[in-house]
Design a protein around this ligand. Sequence first.
Ligand SMILES: NC(=O)c1ccc[n+]([C@@H]2O[C@H](COP(=O)([O-])OP(=O)(O)OC[C@H]3O[C@@H](n4cnc5c(N)ncnc54)[C@H](OP(=O)(O)O)[C@@H]3O)[C@@H](O)[C@H]2O)c1
Length: 333
Amino acid sequence: MARSNPAPPAINSAPASTSSSSNSRRVRVWLELAPAGSGVFIGGKLSVDRQRPPGSLAEIAMGCAMAIFVWLLHPGHQRPVDPMRRNTVTRRGKSRVAECDAKETVSILGGTGSLGFGLALRLGEAGYAVCVGSRDAHRADHAAAQARELVDDGTFVGCLNGEAVTRADQLVIIAVPFASHVATLKSVAPHWRAGQVLLDTTVPLATAIGGRPTHLVEPWHGSAAQQARSAIGDEIGLASGLHTISAAALRDLTHPLDQDTLICGDSRAKVAVTAALERVRGLRVVDAGSLEMSRLLEGLTPVLIGINIRHKTHAGIQVTHLQARAEQRAALA
Ligand SMILES: NC(=O)c1ccc[n+]([C@@H]2O[C@H](COP(=O)([O-])OP(=O)(O)OC[C@H]3O[C@@H](n4cnc5c(N)ncnc54)[C@H](OP(=O)(O)O)[C@@H]3O)[C@@H](O)[C@H]2O)c1
């Protein structure tokens, strides 16, 4: 991804009349526009158009300014930068590097898929830098580019799943089909750092074995999330959630989600997940207990899929008579 840093175009009188390259054309334009006798220091050498009589200091200064302008136009002059930084610098033509550096990065394994991409949009909209993970670098880049189109001021970068874990400041979300759940977790195993947190969205739908989306299969460990626990180290926090949030609702940025998600898992992981997800417009996080509860939470998805089929909608859930979000957060901390 990093580009090499080519030398700035040699700006002197010679190439103006000889080369057919775009650099030379730009140099020629500069020479034609530059005041008579103007010159510029490049690489410690003063370059002067000797066909013209020497001019005043003001003319030389103007020549310098124009040379810098020409050099800035050169497509290869940019220093190699992180794609996240480059994106934010170029969008809307203003520098937002500092703002981008301040953004926390959340990564999504399977971020190219239905749920993962919708989540990427919502988290990008909420102010996170989002690393869209995939098994394929081109698919990842394409999804990140699409997300940039859809979210004003969003920061998205495509990466391989392993790199996505490395890049995440703390939170990594896995959004892949149950059939590839363990394989995906094993593929990223060397990239984890102590203190990171995994949010598992996986539902063991029977489609993994050719069955119906309204049926579940029962993983040996009790749930997909407990299966994840056995696949990642104990030093990684683990929570399970988002099973009832439809990909279609996530992608529809014209509406706030206006629903709840029940999460369960380690206390520390739940705090990190709650802090991130509650920045998503209209999403409230409800603590549903320890990781063992995931078996029941995962079971809500086929129920909702059945409702969606019958009512031709993208239903979600809301839990009534709960404390306000702030009080919940205080209780969790
Ligand atoms: N869709 C929903 O509305 C929804 C709602 C709640 C929960 N969920 C759960 O979220 C998870 C993802 O659902 P989804 O609908 O987003 O799935 P999906 O679109 O079918 O797949 C998501 C991503 O997983 C990767 N993937 C697909 N097959 C794979 C394989 N054999 N091996 C490794 N990676 C593979 C692909 O990424 P790359 O090819 O780029 O690697 C794909 O883009 C599932 O467990 C689902 O039950 C979904």
